[in-house]
Ligand binder design. Structure first.
Ligand SMILES: Cc1ncc(COP(=O)(O)O)c(C=O)c1O
Length: 274
């Protein structure tokens, strides 16, 4: 949208930003200021980047605070992180510029919506007076869905702090359960710390993928364990996956996929890495 130059930074098999590559890229672009996207839960692997380490790398590379801007993309996990024990804190006491969360993911609003929190200086810089509204506006399109704000407000108030904490704990517990069950039956799987996204080999049958609405990328699929996902549903899923794998791999017709390059050798149970 802004037609800015963009530099891709490598990631680790876990999905986290590779901070050594990040520093190298910073050093080779020292003439320009840096706008950095830090992920608070990546889409596919649920990796929560280490914000403090990112800031440290920027400082080590000689970027003073007025020469970088950090956006924290917390689309899914931004609203879960505050309720995870021992999780690092996202805070405007740190040199970040903005944090965003989606309203239709963990909160479950029935329409796409989200919240961006930024510093007042940026809001003031971007907003303009709208005479006929008798207010200032800082949105790209100058408009928003007012109902979305009501839905967010309603859910936050109905569940409250303790309701959110309970939901987050349930998701993390169930995600561990799913990961352990998959490993138990011999299916390579990965679950990042601070995440409820379980990654495993892409099923061999697209009908199975469609039936369970699995999101796939290359050789891997993932399940995002949300509050609506019960242990019974997870058991049904694993059982059906095991039965189907027996058919797919019957008489050596095909083999479990190698997912070592996606999730690391330790999490891959293919014939070579089992
Ligand atoms: C990391 C991340 N950022 C952004 C998005 C998009 O968020 P939204 O649907 O609120 O635009 C997603 C998922 O859809 C995501 O996983």
């Amino acid at each position: 949208m802004y037609r800015m130059d963009c530099v891709k930074v490598n990631t680790l098999p876990s999905g986290h930003i590779d901070c050594n590559d990040f520093k190298a890229k910073l050093l080779s672009n020292k003439d320009k200021p840096a706008i950095v996207n830090v992920n608070i839960g990546t889409t596919v692997k649920g990796a929560v980047d280490d914000l403090d380490l990112v800031i440290k790398k920027l400082e080590e590379a000689g970027f003073s605070h007025d020469r970088f801007y950090i956006h924290c993309d917390g689309a899914l996990f931004g609203l879960m992180l505050p309720f995870v024990k021992h999780a690092p804190k996202l805070s405007f006491k740190k040199p970040i510029g903005s944090v965003s969360v989606s309203g239709h993911k963990f909160v479950g609003c029935p329409m796409p919506c989200g919240v961006v929190i930024t510093r007042l200086e940026h809001v003031n810089m971007l907003s303009r007076n709208v005479e006929y509204l008798a207010s200032r506006d800082a949105k790209i399109m100058g408009s928003r869905n007012g109902h979305a704000a009501l839905f967010l407000w309603y859910t936050l108030n109905r569940k409250g702090y303790s309701g959110f904490r309970k939901d987050v704990q349930k998701c993390l517990r169930n995600a561990h359960y799913l990961k352990d069950r998959l490993v138990e039956v011999g299916i390579g799987a990965m679950l990042n710390d601070l995440s409820s996204t379980v990654v495993f080999e892409r099923p061999h049958d697209e009908d199975f993928v469609r039936k369970w609405q699995l999101a796939c990328q290359g050789n891997i699929a993932h399940v995002v364990v949300m509050p609506s996902v019960t242990i019974t549903k997870l058991d049904d899923f694993v059982e059906e996956l095991v039965q189907n794998r027996a058919l797919w791999f019957r008489e050596g017709k095909s083999q479990p996929r190698c997912i070592a390059s996606d999730v690391g050798i330790n999490n891959c149970f293919c014939a070579l890495h089992r």
